[in-house]
Design a protein around this ligand. Sequence first.
Ligand SMILES: Cc1cc2nc3c(=O)[nH]c(=O)nc-3n(C[C@H](O)[C@H](O)[C@H](O)COP(=O)(O)OP(=O)(O)OC[C@H]3O[C@@H](n4cnc5c(N)ncnc54)[C@H](O)[C@@H]3O)c2cc1C
Length: 382
Amino acid sequence: MELTDEQRLIRDTVRALAQKQFAPVAARADKEYRPPVENLKVLAEHGYTGIFLPERYGGAGLGLLETVLVVEQLARSCANTAMLFSCTDGATPRAILQIGSEEIKRRYLPAFAKAELYAAWSMSEANAGSDVGNVQTRAVRQGDHYVLNGSKLWCSAAQVADVFLVLVRLSDEPGMKGVGAVLVERGAAGFSVGRHLDLLGLRGTGMAELVFQDCRVPAESLLLPSGRMKDLLQVLDADRITGNPPICLGLAQAALAQAVQHLKDRIQFGRPLADNQGLQWKLADMAMDIEAARALVYGAAVGLDQGRHSVAQVSIAKTYANEMAVRVTNQAMQLAGAYGLSEEYPFERYFRDARGMSIGYGTTEIHRNSIAREILKGNYLT
Ligand SMILES: Cc1cc2nc3c(=O)[nH]c(=O)nc-3n(C[C@H](O)[C@H](O)[C@H](O)COP(=O)(O)OP(=O)(O)OC[C@H]3O[C@@H](n4cnc5c(N)ncnc54)[C@H](O)[C@@H]3O)c2cc1C
């Protein structure tokens, strides 16, 4: 896809900034399980936070494709930074922008744009993963407050976030019908960020559980009443393209670049590994896979930007990018031999970081369900 001059400038500037400032500390963030939140401040100084927010809320008013370009370049240097960015510049501000009251918008959006506040979103629970409609954390109206009870799992950026978009059960209506969303601020009475959750990869995203014990939030914190989940799901369609898939593109591109360097540098049997045609073909396969995923992800972002919304297109792009990143980062490890598995080299971190992408933001199986549903409904041409 032909990018505009402005899009190329954004891509190249963020790539250079991330390579210079974020790449050198990426391995440490992973090893120490420490969210590199200071990188978000650097991005804010350069005007790269809140980029999709309208100018009246302090943003740059750019589209989804520009956000994809930024996240991809961040992930190429530091996937943890890309993930933190796509949490605080993702679902929560997007939902506030599209369904929040003017008062809520003014309260939070300019602060997100300046990286003065960070956001996270929280749907998952012990018994509500793919089955989001089974959310059991309750919010009950009491006078001019809502009282929340329950707990949430796998909340990325939880350890650094100031504002949480929390999916809650507001009524006894079954499934999604009874579910809505509330904004909860760090420090709210009865709210605590629980233990750090250590996953295989993306160890510097401050993932944690959230605990609500008679947590009281003002009634105005209700972002989405029950019965309107469709509105939130539309927001998430945009976020599904700007968050997770470009992280896969960036990780795969980084793994390919590192593999190329390794094959050129490493001498075996008296010549560089890169001289072996069998290994060259692996590089070619990796490049083809990345290009195919990039075309799908950019295409879906442009489609959403232009209002040509297709559920199947988003799910196809996300699923392909997820599986591509696992294939490419795995192949890069293979090409590097034992060095590929050593923590002294970035190959194994790329693979670990890529692996969770097939689970976060809807598993590849759940997205295949959506694609198949659209095909069978006749909404997606075969
Ligand atoms: C890196 C990462 C970041 C995350 N960040 C967040 C976050 O910020 N906020 C948040 O709320 N959550 C987050 N999550 C949680 C994520 O949304 C859930 O893990 C995901 O929705 C899957 O739920 P689960 O893990 O409970 O798996 P389950 O739903 O239990 O699924 C287990 C397996 O069964 C399959 N399966 C389930 N139902 C079906 C079906 N109907 N048809 C076919 N297959 C099915 C799944 O595809 C999967 O393979 C994150 C997860 C990861 C890995």
